[in-house]
Design a protein around this ligand. Sequence first.
Ligand code: PEP
Ligand code: MG
Length: 915
Amino acid sequence: MQENSQAAEPQPASSKFVYDFTEGNRDLKDLLGGKGANLAEMTNLGLPVPPGFTITTEACRVYLESGSEPPALRDEVSAHLAALEQRMGRSLGQADDPLLVSVRSGAKFSMPGMMDTVLNIGLSDASVAGLAEKAGDERFAWDSYRRLIQMFGKTVLGVDGELFEEAIEEAKRAKGVAVDIELDAADLKELVERFKGIVSQETGGGFPQDPREQMDLAVRAVFDSWNTDRAKLYRRQERIPGDLGTAVNICSMVFGNLGPDSGTGVAFTRDPASGHQGVYGDYLQNAQGEDVVAGIRNTVPLAELERLDKPSYDQLMQIMETLELHYKDLCDIEFTIERGKLWMLQTRVGKRTAGAAFRIATQLVDQGLIDEAEALQRVNGVQLAQLMFPRFDDTAERELLGRGIAASPGAAVGKAVFDSYTAVKWSRSGEKVILIRRETNPDDLNGMIAANGILTSRGGKTSHAAVVARGMGKTCVCGAEELEVDTKRRRLTVEGAGKKTTVIEEGDLISIDGSTGRIYVGEVPVVPSPVVEYFEGRMHAGADDADGLVQAVHRIMAYADRMRRLSVRTNADTAEDAARARRFGAQGIGLCRTEHMFLGERREMVERLILADTDSEREDALGGLLPLQRADFVELFEAMDGLPVTVRLLDPPLHEFLPDITELSVRVALAESRKDANENDLRLLQAVHKLHEQNPMLGLRGVRLGLVIPGLFAMQVRAIAEAAAHRVEAKGDPRAEIMIPLVGTVQELEIIRDEAEQVIAEVEAATGTELGLSLGTMIELPRAALTAGQIAEAAEFFSFGTNDLTQTVWGFSRDDVEASFFTAYLEKGIFGVSPFETIDRDGVGSLVRHAVEAGRATRPDLKLGICGEHGGDPESVHFFHEVGLDYVSCSPFRIPVARLEAGRAAVQSKGSDSR
Ligand code: PEP
Ligand code: MG
């Protein structure tokens, strides 16, 4: 992600558009794409890579900008092709012994399946017989030719692929066979004619017989495939710049389908699922790569190759070791064996599961291949978060019902329900439910909140269900297309293998795994994550039974803590949350939202405060709240003894503490019709009407409450000061910080500050204790950020409230937009991720940056933190490190992620400083 947001690096205006595999290296990904750079690297290592060359991304960019290939390209390709032909001892499409090539796309960032590839370029009516002769296999030659026409027809000439598929089906029907491999040479020869007919009919021209023309057209098609709609959308979502272009790799073909001494496979230098060291991979004898993907036949484990072809196997093992030592990481590999000769077709640093990432990083440190700083770059906070979700017990029996897209991680079990109303009703009566829908929409929100997990049969990772579930931290599997969801009859049906049909009725138990997308019948037992057990202190990394994963996490966290500059605090309002956060490594509280202390039974007292007509009524109400608040703070300061605790004075609009306007109106109307209206209800209704606001988030809240409700903030400040004094007396070490929310101008802050200082002085005088309380403000309005230089005159610290700041900078009502139109925004690629989740660097971020600079210019020792949701978001943590904040604050569960990312950010910025 980080890396992806860089723009295309300016390239020297050179006329070199083509690099032989011997000329490139792995650092040239900008120019040669990932695939080309790694092919070159392997070639330089002396590994058996089929010879070839790469056309640069720069050539692609020229083509995309000007509409035609750079004039020098043709000659350069000719020169490289001639060299290739000379090395191979035959020419492209040579009639008696044709050199064939593959033309493959390969951009700087992997864009799986987004762009095009054409194999077997060079085959023609003239050379197919030569290939048959040389290979000694007529069927193979005709099959290769039909594959070429099919792939070329579809990707280069734009013929509907279905037409070719239908023709194959027809050929199989005519012969009475079930699979392609049962078609013999004569059948395939006929199919080639049929395919050529399709091409002529659809394009008005024939299939090009000139090998060079085939190659040039295929290269152009790969260039063009950079700008297909699906590629554009993918890039927008993954934040890959649209102007990078793709490289094109032209590689001499080797064939794994030339008989039993040939084959193809994929391999990993260690297990990408568990991280265990050792050989891992699959092999398919007598086959080409696309057969593996098509799943026509079953692959065998790589170890089987040792039995089939020991020399190739031994060589492969050797190469895998070379690659791992060279890349200092897990590599994944594609290889082909052509008549007993091993060829490497691709390598790259391989994808792995979250658990494997942690294990591998520490293994590599132990092997002395990487240092601790590098180990931190091999893992990330998203992976750590995945490891912290509860999961299904691996040892339990289970029946797989189907699979969907892993949209929001976790393991959820519950009774199947098919509408939101039932979800809410059943969950209210204590049932755990899984809400199953074809797709969800904003009307399903209540059901989604009530459900333990969400399952849909349609929609991808950015569907409404997926986006909302992730926002709620709720387990979700979406797009499980094999499930037939019938909401009318309240059941789901799955046609399984062997015509077995499973029906799940409303109320039946079902289990969904949001980390893998798997769906199970019945209840699969859930176990807590060992990583959470470790953070909770219930499992020790040194203990004999600690699994390797916990040990790896423990070590990586220690590296991160050693290297990070940012402190990590928590958002917590209760002693219990504070204590857990401390176990998880919090270094204080960055935000205690005091409104949560005014709920439940205390709400009535707030009502009294709001309804007070006279000073004495108001003081009475405040007097009732004071000891309760004080007791809350005593507990909190005790739980965080010795660490800073930032207490925010009341923020939300007061109507939140009053009954709902409609409910109360109905109650009063009914009472009036019975002529027994309750005096208090009438006063309440008046107050509710008086406090009603069109846009409460922009109304009477935050510092504005403190300014218009006499005594409210003074009471809170007194409670904080008295609680601190109490803790000092009890030999504790309270470090309270008082924070004023929603300030827009320094004048607001000055008034509250004067009042607070007076109260603190009174408490200090009365208790004879110096409390050392500091006073600061939140920066959550654009005006506050813009005038931060002035505000810093009255504030000892700033804490960025990036939730409100995002809301006010974008003009998005955060309670409304995520469920209403964010799905559309994500689908249109306007942003890849909600700005409420990851900080919008360009907009909100630039205000933060400005406020940091202006604030510190006024007050160099100004303490700076962030307490919005972004404080626990991996990418945002990097931004806060970059702009020089002192700490981030997030919910207790996200603290480990913030610690890890703060460490990674420190390492990355060191790396970029020294560059
Ligand atoms: C914020 O606005 O970022 C913040 C932390 O305050 P709240 O979410 O309570 O409005
Ligand atoms: Mg706020």
